[in-house]
Design a protein around this ligand. Structure first.
Ligand code: SF4
Length: 708
């Protein structure tokens, strides 16, 4: 039988489950009947995009509306891209396999700067003109959202509009504006003017940029009267952010393969290098009494075996102890785990460690960021060395074998001693850890600091590639000095090649669009994947920009900016004010501390993020959490061994054996079947599957054995 062309391409691809669709809880609507259609586009592969909590939230929030249909698109891997081009097939959505061009709106999630060439690849594969000026009324509206929109200038020429800030509310206003415009005969330009009326929507083509003779920016001239600056959108209360009752469950193993549950948004610790901390202020916690209810519901409708409690630092969530205790009492016997993606060292307590180790004993990550007390004062990372060492002691004592550290080099005012101290501190932590656990091991990840917009370090230059290499050499020398007794200390500096580019794209202006375009034209896409990143192509691309505009890598990434220089994102208002950021920068030079404002009005330093009426800090007290009664599930006294027969057909033929097994195990969980688990650090369900059925093959007689 001849398969439809896309089915054939999908089954021939390296990982068919990236494209096959049909996942549990995916929403299928008739695009022709919707008032507005959205393509949520993620400029990376499926497994990366489906791990993004914001992307998933928007998908369900948009599909909640009966008049809106929203589908997902991802960047295909290179084999699939080549196949699509060879067969003249456009980039298609997962749900209905509609081409990108068929949607009213394409909303791209811009998570990090190195995704820009991938956006261009997706537009071109989808049959959409790359430049906003070349698009017609029939083209989708190309929107960008996510952290990169705080300085979207390097890609301003390619996008019709950007959403600045949190998107959960504004997407509905945009849907309404597009629906109203579709009914008229107005031009695309009229739509852009309409969108510019919506708070938080930035239409770059409605600004003209003027430059000084020294090539810095002189001013942004708004072409629409009164459209001077774009203030970010913020959701005042996280409890108002709808959590999907039935979250989508990918077949493919995604990067974060678990039920995502956002427990806190914003962080006001005030780390001076941290963009996400500044742009998501103030701290807003979810009601702890809701957290478990949402987790319960989500587990019931997905069958996931792990919940990710998401926040910038899970240990800062004030009710974490109570919530975890009840969670493990209820779900521990069912072997449901919790993942706390990030913890600050000073929030690690023996009690917290005890809670977490009830189901999880994989590596534990702590992020000291800098290794000397001086450097940590510069960046306002309030953790003292004793906190770090104490946290590591606690973790090893609680039974973990592996701790992962995360540091940066190249922070402003860093000297060689600060760099060497990274190895010395890690070695000391290992020395102490071994006294608690003889199998103690420490992995140390070290990246190069990249200044970001809307941080106190936005004026600082980034260290050069050569300097990064020199400092990485210092680390290696220091490690060598430790000698053989430290083979369990693994120091791994990150690939330094991408750093300066990321810095330039983060701090650059519209003139960089020529570099992005050139890199794309020379074959770059999926730049975040080391196997696809080619430094020489990007260097050529920046050289072309330098030739055209007289500005390049050096100008954007490695030059110190003055206090009064107009920065490329001057017309974007993240509400944390420029004078505040400058004051924080000056404070860093004197190693001054700024307190976390989350725990009392008296600590507010008036950064500008709160209006104290609608937007203000929301932090719960541990006593706000009402301990919840837990009905411990009764385990069966007797079990019967069953042999089950199942069919693998339809979309399931695109699944690998491992994906099929995971899908079936999650089905058993949803059906509340009690399956015994193995003992040990990583308990596994005791189910025996028959031999693998090859991908692309239908079968009506697959078997598994399970004790019920
Ligand atoms: S305005 Fe005050 S309370 Fe609000 S985030 Fe800024 S420093 Fe914190």
């Amino acid at each position: 039988m001849q398969l439809p062309v896309l089915d054939r391409l999908i089954l021939k691809s390296k990982k068919p489950s990236r494209y096959a669709g049909g996942e549990l809880n995916a929403v299928h609507k008739d695009l022709a009947k919707a008032r507005v259609t959205w393509a949520l586009a993620f400029p990376d592969t499926y497994e990366v995009g489906m791990s993004n909590v914001g992307f998933r939230l928007l998908y369900h929030a948009l599909n909640e509306r009966p008049d809106v249909a929203c589908e997902r698109l991802f960047m295909p891997w290179t084999d699939m891209e080549a196949a699509l081009r060879a067969e003249c097939q456009p980039l298609f959505s997962i749900e209905s396999r509609a081409p990108l061009k068929a949607f009213d709106i394409a909303g791209f999630t811009l998570q990090f700067e190195l995704c820009y060439t991938t956006v261009l690849a997706m537009l071109e594969l989808g049959g959409v003109a790359l430049f906003t000026k070349d698009r017609t009324r029939d083209d989708p509206l190309i929107l960008g959202g996510g952290p990169c929109t705080y300085n979207p200038e390097p890609i301003a020429d390619f996008f019709d509009a950007f959403v600045i800030g949190e998107g959960e509310e504004v997407v509905h206003e945009i849907s309404d504006a597009v629906a109203a415009w579709k009914k008229t005969r107005s031009s695309r330009q009229d739509l852009l003017w309409l969108l510019a009326e919506i708070p938080g929507v930035y239409v770059p083509s409605l600004f003209r940029v003027h430059y000084n003779p020294d090539r810095t920016i002189a001013r942004y001239e708004p072409l629409k009267p009164g459209y001077e600056s774009i203030v970010r959108r913020v959701i005042p209360d996280l409890n108002l952010v709808p959590q999907a009752e039935k979250p989508i469950v990918p077949f493919m193993q995604t990067i974060h393969d678990r039920l995502p549950l956002e427990i806190q948004r914003g962080c006001t610790r005030g780390c001076r290098f941290c963009q996400v901390g500044m742009i998501t202020r103030p701290t807003r916690q979810r009601d702890p009494n809701e957290v478990r209810k949402i987790a319960e519901k989500g587990l019931e409708t997905t069958g996931y075996e792990e919940v990710g409690f998401l926040s910038l630092s899970a240990g800062d969530y004030s009710c974490i102890d109570g919530v975890l205790e009840d969670f493990f009492d209820e779900f521990g016997p069912e072997n449901v785990g919790i993942s706390l993606p990030s913890l600050r060292t000073e929030t690690m307590s023996p009690h917290l460690a005890e809670q977490i180790k009830r189901v999880r004993k994989s590596g534990f990550t702590v992020a000291p960021e800098a290794a000397t007390e001086r450097m940590r004062r510069v960046i306002n990372k309030g953790n003292a060395e004793k906190d770090l060492l104490h946290a590591v002691d606690t973790i090893f004592e609680a039974g973990w074998d592996l701790v992962k550290f995360y540091f940066m080099i190249g922070l402003p005012s860093e000297c060689d001693e600060d760099v060497k101290a990274i190895v010395q501190l890690s070695a000391e932590a290992l020395r102490r850890g071994r006294k608690k656990n003889s199998r103690a091991e420490i992995n140390v990840g070290i990246s190069t600091f990249c200044p970001k917009p809307f941080t106190p370090f936005q004026w600082d230059p980034m260290i050069s590639y050569a300097e990064t290499q020199r400092r990485q050499g210092l680390l290696r020398d220091e490690l060598r000095k430790l000698g053989r007794g430290f083979k369990d200390l693994h120091v791994k500096p990150h690939d330094a090649r991408q750093g300066a580019l990321e810095g330039a794209l983060a701090l650059g202006d519209r003139r960089l669009s020529s570099a992005v375009l050139h890199a794309y034209r020379c074959g770059q896409r999926l730049d975040g994947w080391t196997e696809h990143f080619r430094l020489e192509v990007w260097h050529d691309a920046f050289a072309i920009c330098e030739k055209e505009h007289g500005v390049g890598l050096e100008f954007f990434a490695h030059r110190e900016k003055g206090e009064h220089e107009i920065l490329p994102f001057e017309h974007i208002d993240c509400e944390v004010t420029k004078p505040y950021l400058w004051k924080e920068r000056k404070k860093s030079l004197t190693e001054g501390a700024t307190a976390d404002c989350a725990y009392g009005d008296e600590y507010c330093t008036a950064c500008g993020a709160c209006d104290y009426e609608v937007v203000d800090t929301i932090v719960y007290h541990p006593s706000d959490y009402r301990k919840q009664h837990v009905d411990k599930p009764e385990l069966p006294k007797e079990r019967t061994l069953l042999r089950m027969r199942y069919a693998k057909e339809g979309v399931a033929i695109a699944l690998s054996h491992l994906e099929t097994m995971t899908a079936l195990l999650r089905t058993f969980r949803r059906a509340k079947l009690s399956i015994p688990h193995s003992q040990g650090f990583h308990p596994k369900p005791k189910v025996s599957f028959g031999p693998a059925c090859p991908v692309g093959t239908e079968s009506r007689a697959e078997y598994l054995d399970v004790e019920l």
